[in-house]
Design a protein around this ligand. Sequence first.
Ligand SMILES: [Cu+2]
Length: 164
Amino acid sequence: MRTFAHRLFLSAAVLLLAGAAQAEISVTSPFSRASAPTAKAGAAFLTLSIDAGSDKLLGGSSPVADKVELHTHLMQDGIAKMRPVDGGIPVTAGTPTELKPGGLHIMLIGLKAPLKQGESFPLTLNFEKAGAVSVNVPVQGPGAKAPMAEHDHGGHGEHSGHQH
Ligand SMILES: [Cu+2]
């Protein structure tokens, strides 16, 4: 079980880091959007925070895509365009870094299968100091702009599929 071994390794790594009083990275509110059957790319959004000092997100990997890139949106001639981020995404204590639709995001390039609403996939993020941090990313509706609220697990599932 590669995944299990991987988790054990991560736990051990986290314990070692804690022992050395290293800053700890938190990845919260991850979400992705359902992709069209023919889509070759998808995106993931999440919030990064660190309890002390600073670190930098350098890249990542996921079994659902050939390649994971860090992107941002820039306005060019009045049109929002995606660009790969140069030099990584910094995370500083006290200021959570939000990756969200229309801004910084994690691009999943070369999707191996469509992302389906209600499913989730693993994503490993690589940080300059903290190394690999894994999260599970739930897939929401195609127009989702934010992760589903914690208290909203039942009943309003359809709501996340609407574009407002
Ligand atoms: Cu992108």
